[in-house]
Design a binder for this molecule. Structure first.
Ligand code: PHE
Length: 359
């Protein structure tokens, strides 16, 4: 029997070392250790031996079983590693190859316009700041001088989230203005930032979607005044729409977080259903703005007797529609590939002021 055991052991180990794939390896395991396997067959014969021999041969067979099993495990690992290496080799991607024009995706108009806005304001010395989409009640409203019972809270059609504990109720931010407070609390003036991002209000029609995009602007220094606000936004509008001397109207308005407050309209015409910016007798509202309210500065940890400045908020989707003649806001978020191919931008044309903002 010992001879038989040795032969099975040698043959099995040789077969394992020779095996070239996982399936073959498993066949070898079944042939040796399976229910009808060679080693299992010898185990069954143990009953016919006398007690001493039974113990000895039994132990020997167990050693064989263990040796075969660990040889299989080791070979399996080798084969798996080889298979992985082969796949890595075959599926190699050369990331340094130039892109294939026919396989390029396109940049969504919202991303494009965000990049254009960032390019313009960065040229003026603004930095980009960010805040989270989920804000607490205080930063979205209270710190911005919007008290609990203020009608602006209802106007904003806020999405409230379940309260998580002691803190104020979390909300999906209804505007990018809370980034003003976050930035004031974490930086010392002078401040000069824009904050583009997603905003949310429970509203849906041709010109409103529950999620939309805004860009906030904030400038704080010792002598920043309304003339700076007007000059800055005029430069922006002319660079963005690429039109000189755009007629602009600064209309008195009201926001709890600015005083005085203004809405800004730009001159345009709608002749023959086509919108032209910078000419004609019609006006389009594009921005809310004003001088930062002293209470807002205080909530941001800034002394209103020493510092002052301006803020503005603009709908990104809205100016994207105006600039690129896109009629329905809801189509922005349909993820329709045909729409994207039509309105999208070439990914390698990064907007810059010197390189031209867009096609
Ligand atoms: N947060 C205002 C809105 O969403 C816009 C705004 C921002 C107005 C900053 C004034 C100053 O309507």
């Amino acid at each position: 029997m010992q001879d038989q055991i040795n032969t099975i052991m040698d043959e099995t180990l040789a077969a394992i070392a020779d095996s070239g794939d996982l399936k073959g390896l498993d066949d070898i395991r079944v042939a040796a250790l399976g229910k009808k396997g060679a080693v299992t067959g010898l185990m069954k014969q143990l009953g016919g031996l006398d007690p001493d021999a039974r113990r000895e041969v039994g132990q020997e067979l167990n050693r064989v079983k263990d040796a075969v099993q660990s040889a299989i495990d080791a070979r399996k690992e080798e084969l798996e590693r080889a298979e992985l290496n082969l796949r890595l080799e075959v599926e190699r991607v050369d990331v340094s190859l130039p892109p294939r024009p026919e396989a390029l995706g396109s940049v969504h108009p919202v991303s494009q316009v965000m990049d254009e806005i960032i390019a313009i304001f960065c040229e003026m010395g603004f930095a980009v700041a960010e805040g989270p989409d989920i804000e607490d009640d205080w930063l979205n409203f209270g710190a911005l001088n919007i008290p609990d019972e203020h009608p602006a809270r209802q106007e904003h059609d806020t999405f409230y989230l379940p309260a998580s504990g002691e803190e104020g109720r979390p909300v999906l931010r209804t505007h990018t203005s809370p980034v003003q407070i976050r930035h004031m609390l974490s930086h010392q003036p002078p401040l000069r930032i824009i904050a583009p991002g997603r905003t949310y209000r429970s509203d849906s029609d041709m010109t409103h979607t529950p999620m939309f995009h805004q860009v906030e602007g904030l400038v704080i220094d010792e002598t920043t005044h309304m003339g700076h606000l007007k000059g800055c936004l005029r430069d922006f509008v002319e660079a963005f729409f690429q039109v000189d001397n755009v007629p602009m109207r600064f209309r008195p308005s009201y926001f709890p977080f600015t005083a005085p407050s203004m809405e800004i309209d730009i001159g345009c015409s709608f002749e023959g259903g086509e919108l032209k910016i910078g000419e004609g007798d019609d006006w389009l509202e594009i921005l809310g703005s004003g001088m930062v309210h002293p209470n807002v500065l205080r909530h941001g940890g800034i002394d209103p007797d020493k510092y002052q400045g301006f803020a503005f908020g603009m709908g990104i989707d809205r100016v994207a529609m105006l600039k690129y003649g896109i009629p329905d806001l809801r189509s922005f978020f349909d993820a329709d590939l045909r729409w994207l191919r039509h309105y999208g931008f070439r990914p390698l044309d990064v907007p810059t002021l010197y390189g031209g903002l867009a096609r």
